[in-house]
Design a protein. Sequence first.
Length: 90
Amino acid sequence: AEWGDRSQIATIALAAAKNPVGVTIGGVLGHSLCTGMAVLGGRMVAARISEKTVSQVGGVIFLIFGIHSIFFESGETGEELPYSGVGDNN
């Protein structure tokens, strides 16, 4: 289960402190506006770039992140630590 992102938590906190109906209306309108802009932007990009190109670029970026994660782990403090070997959980 997912607890939600910052915008969901901020909406919950705002609804607790302010008028929940107004927060709900504002949240729905804001989300609709953002989603609408994403759809229109995606449509404009799709008209100029092929789906195959997007898939290939996404695959290359995914591989880069995968290779990076082999050599660097993220510590609990957020600092990057050198990779110390397969199966090393410390």
